[in-house]
Design a protein around this ligand. Structure first.
Ligand code: PLP
Length: 463
C-alpha cells in the first residue's frame, strides 16, 4: 500500500480533532482554576525523555501523551495572574487561526495566493495604526528580537562596521545579539532618573565621535523599556536624528501598541517619524506566539538589504510565481508561516477599538496597582510607571536595608511556587526589584488585589 501521513480512518481522526479542539478551549476557558505555574513532576520529566519512537503509537495515543504530560505544565502566560515577563496571553480566536493557517499551510514567501494579500493588508493596517507613510515597507517576523535585528540591518546597510550605533543602557538584550551578528559598534548612553535615554549624554557622544573621526549612523530608542516601561523622548530624538542625519530605530516591542490609544499616544509623540520601528504582535496585541512586525519608511533600502533572486525564484509573467516572493525579500526567512492570519482575524473580529480598550485597561490596572503599592507601608515603588510595568519591593520597617534583596528574591520564588501569581525580577540601581508587566487581557482588578494579599501573606513569614 502506498504511504501518506493522512489519517487512515478519517471519521475517527475527525472525532479526535473535535475532541482536542474542545480540550484546548476548555483549557483556556477554565485556565484560572489551575495554578499559574507548578513544578514539573518526576513522572512528566520521565515521560518527556522517552526513546525515539520507531513504531507508530497512533494519533490518539500521541495526543493523549500531550494531554497528560505537556498541557498541565505551562510556564503560565495564559493565566489571568501571569505578569512575569512581557508575554501575551494569546486568544481562543488565535488558537483557531493557527489551526486554519496550518490547514492551508501556505508558504508566505510571496506567490500569487490570497494569504499573501492578507499579509499585505495586515502590513497596510499596521502602517496606518502607527501613522507611518502609506508607502512604508513592512514585514512580519518571528519576534521582537528579529524585527529589531532586521530594522538595524536595514539602517546599517552599506555602513562601515566602525559606524556608531547609540542606545541607552536600558535597551533590551536583543541589541547584544544584533551587535554580534551585524558587527555593530555600539555606544552605550546612560539613562536619566526616569530610565529614559539621556539626550544630553547622547548629544555629547555624537559630537565626541565626530571629533574623533567616527561616523555616527543610528540611534536606537525604546518605546517602553523592558525593565520599567520607560519611553525615550521620541520627538526630541527624531529632531536630533534629522538634524544629525542619523537613522532613528525604535524598539517598541510592547510599548508601540500604546500608540493605538488616543489617551496614551502623547507619551509616544514622534513615533511615526522613526526611520524604522519594531514591535511584537504576540505581546500587547495578544496574538499567539509568534508574531512581530518591522516597519520602515525606507522601502527601497529595506528590499535592497535582503533581496536575492535565485534562478528557481525568478518571477514569471503569469502563474503561481507572478510577483515573485516579496516577503522573503524583506527578511531572513524564505519559507514563511501564515502569521498574518491571526492578526487579520483579531483585527476584524474585535476591531481596533476593542484592542485599544484592552491596552488602556492594562495600563489603568497596572497604575492602580502601583498606587496601592506606593501607599502601603510595607511596600516600596522602585521606578515610575509610565505604562504597564511596575517595579517594587516588599520593604516593611522591621527589615533592615541589607536584607531586602535576599528577602524579595525568596518572596518572588515562593510566590511563583504558590501557583497564585507569577512575577519576575530585575535590578534597578543595584537593588533587587519585583517586576510586574501587564499585557494580560485576562487580568481583572481582583487579580491584583489577590496578588497584593498573597505577597503580604508570604512576606509575613519571611524574617
Ligand atoms: C520582549 C522585548 C523584546 C524582544 O522581543 P521578543 O519578541 O521577546 O524577541 C525587545 N525589546 C523589548 C522592549 C521587549 O520588551
Amino acid at each position: 500500500m502506498t504511504k501518506s501521513l493522512d489519517p487512515t480512518d478519517w471519521p475517527a481522526f475527525r472525532a479526535l480533532g473535535h475532541r482536542l479542539l474542545d480540550e484546548m478551549l476548555d483549557h483556556i476557558e477554565h485556565r484560572c482554576d489551575s495554578p499559574v505555574w507548578r513544578p514539573l513532576p518526576a513522572t512528566t520529566q520521565a515521560a518527556l525523555c522517552a526513546p525515539l519512537p520507531m513504531e507508530p503509537q497512533g494519533e490518539a495515543g500521541a495526543c493523549a501523551d500531550f494531554l497528560a504530560h505537556v498541557l498541565p505544565y505551562p510556564s503560565g502566560n495564559t493565566h489571568p495572574r501571569f505578569w512575569g515577563w512581557v508575554q501575551g496571553a494569546g486568544t481562543p480566536l488565535g488558537v483557531v487561526a493557527d489551526m486554519m493557517a496550518s490547514a492551508m499551510n501556505p508558504n508566505l514567501a510571496g506567490f500569487q495566493q490570497a494569504p499573501a494579500l492578507v499579509e499585505a493588508q495586515v502590513l497596510q493596517w499596521m502602517t496606518e495604526l502607527m501613522e507611518f507613510p502609506a508607502d512604508a515597507s513592512g514585514v512580519l517576523c518571528s519576534s521582537g528580537t528579529m524585527a529589531n535585528l532586521l530594522g538595524v540591518a536595514v539602517a546599517m546597510k552599506d555602513r562601515p562596521s566602525s559606524a556608531r550605533v547609540y542606545c541607552s543602557e536600558q535597551t533590551h538584550g536583543w541589541v547584544l545579539k544584533a551587535a554580534g551578528l551585524l558587527r555593530l559598534n555600539v555606544c552605550w548612553i546612560p539613562a536619566d532618573g526616569d530610565y529614559r535615554i539621556s539626550v544630553a549624554a547622547l548629544r555629547q557622544a555624537i559630537a565626541a565621535d565626530r571629533a574623533a573621526g567616527l561616523q555616527p549612523a543610528c540611534v536606537v530608542a525604546s518605546a517602553g523599556t523592558v525593565n520599567t516601561g520607560a519611553i525615550d523622548p521620541l520627538d526630541t530624538l527624531a529632531r536630533l536624528c534629522a538634524a544629525e542625519s542619523l537613522w532613528l530605530h525604535v524598539d517598541g516591542a510592547f510599548g508601540a501598541l500604546a500608540y493605538l490609544s488616543p489617551a496614551l499616544r502623547p507619551l509616544l509623540a514622534g513615533l511615526p517619524r522613526a526611520d524604522s520601528l519594531a514591535f511584537d504582535l504576540h505581546k500587547w496585541f495578544s496574538a499567539p506566539i509568534d508574531c512581530a512586525c518591522l516597519l520602515t519608511r525606507h522601502a527601497a533600502q529595506h528590499r535592497a538589504t535582503f533581496a536575492s533572486t535565485p534562478s528557481y525564484m525568478v518571477p514569471t509573467e503569469r502563474g503561481v510565481l507572478a510577483g515573485g516572493v516579496p516577503f522573503a525579500d524583506l527578511g531572513i526567512d524564505l519559507t514563511r508561516s501564515f502569521k498574518a492570519l491571526k492578526v487579520w482575524l483579531s483585527l476584524k473580529a474585535y476591531g481596533v477599538r476593542h484592542h485599544t480598550a484592552v491596552i488602556e485597561q492594562n495600563v489603568r490596572d497596572a497604575q492602580e496597582f502601583a498606587a496601592a503599592i506606593g501607599a502601603h507601608a510595607d511596600f516600596e515603588l522602585l521606578a515610575p510607571v509610565p505604562l504597564n510595568v511596575v517595579c517594587f519591593r516588599y520593604a516593611p520597617a522591621r527589615l533592615s536595608q541589607d536584607r531586602l534583596d535576599a528577602v524579595n528574591h525568596e518572596l518572588l520564588l515562593r510566590l511563583q511556587e504558590s501557583g497564585v501569581a507569577v512575577l519576575s525580577s530585575t535590578t534597578l540601581r543595584g537593588q533587587f526589584a519585583l517586576r510586574l508587566a501587564n499585557v494580560n487581557h485576562r487580568s481583572r482588578p481582583e487579580d491584583f488585589e489577590l496578588l497584593r494579599e498573597t505577597l503580604l501573606g508570604i512576606g509575613a513569614h519571611l524574617a
